[in-house]
Design a protein around this ligand. Structure first.
Ligand code: SAM
Length: 228
């Protein structure tokens, strides 16, 4: 199975034209799927060339919904909302408080604001480089579908500052494509800070994406490495 997934990915990532890649991009650009999976109803600007989500978005949605059950009304922050705030928008339907959402690209935040108001999402979107403009409060869940094709140096800022924004039992969830950004790389950045540490790694036999759940460091916590 691993070899098959690897083969599909090689085909997907290669420069040569690929039918699978074209089909997959059509799926990620599909308003029908954005409606079906994330409940997005209105598309206020012309975004025909944009992908509304990726596989990490779908997996994070699933894992975060489970995680949210630990709290009655979790206080949540999304880093990297993208242009549609599709993930926090979808999750905001399950709680009564608004989710804070940031992105470092101002044009994406402006676009996301249109989607937030058109879909009546409970999301407060602001421009911020990781935590630079995040309100001074703590969150039960902080999550980020990482920009996994970019320089992972930003992870040092994320892991170094996360503990200042996490409530005592709060969880930082990061999702990424493990082929583009190997888990060992993420963990090497995580290990450079002693403030937060790995609680659980969720990987899937049928795809290369992963989700890490990270908490404030505690002396007797052992990480759980589960595969689905
Ligand atoms: C993979 S996209 C995720 C989009 C959307 N949340 C989703 O799940 O489909 C990652 C987002 O992180 C944002 N980002 C990258 N570096 C950032 C930083 N330093 N601070 C805040 N956001 C950042 C990018 O602009 C991009 O919108």
């Amino acid at each position: 199975m691993k070899t098959l997934v690897d083969k599909i990915y090689q085909n997907y990532a290669s420069a040569a034209p690929s039918r699978f890649r074209s089909f997959w991009h059509e799926c990620l650009r599909s308003r029908r799927l954005a409606r079906l999976i994330f409940g997005m109803k209105r598309f206020p600007v012309d975004t025909d060339d944009s992908c509304y989500f990726d596989l990490t978005t779908i997996l994070l949605r699933h894992e975060l919904k489970k995680l949210m059950r630990r709290w009655e009304n979790p206080r949540m922050l999304e880093i990297g909302t993208g242009s549609f705030a599709i993930l926090s928008g979808c999750l905001s339907k399950n709680i009564s408080t608004a989710i804070d959402g940031v992105d470092n690209r101002e044009e994406r935040v402006e676009c996301a604001k249109n989607f937030i108001s058109a879909n009546s999402y409970k999301v407060n979107a602001v421009t911020s480089n990781v935590f630079s403009n995040v309100p001074e409060k703590t969150y039960d869940i902080i999550f980020w579908n990482l920009s996994y094709y970019e320089d992972p140096g930003v992870l040092d800022v994320l892991f170094d500052q996360a503990s200042d924004y996490l409530a005592p039992n709060g969880v930082l969830a990061v999702g990424y494509n493990g082929k583009a950004l190997p888990r060992a790389t993420v963990l090497s950045h995580l290990e450079s800070t002693k403030k937060v540490s790995l609680d659980k790694a969720i990987a899937y036999f049928w795809n290369m994406h992963e989700i890490l759940l990270i908490q404030r460091t505690s002396a007797n916590r052992k990480p759980d490495l589960s595969f689905q």
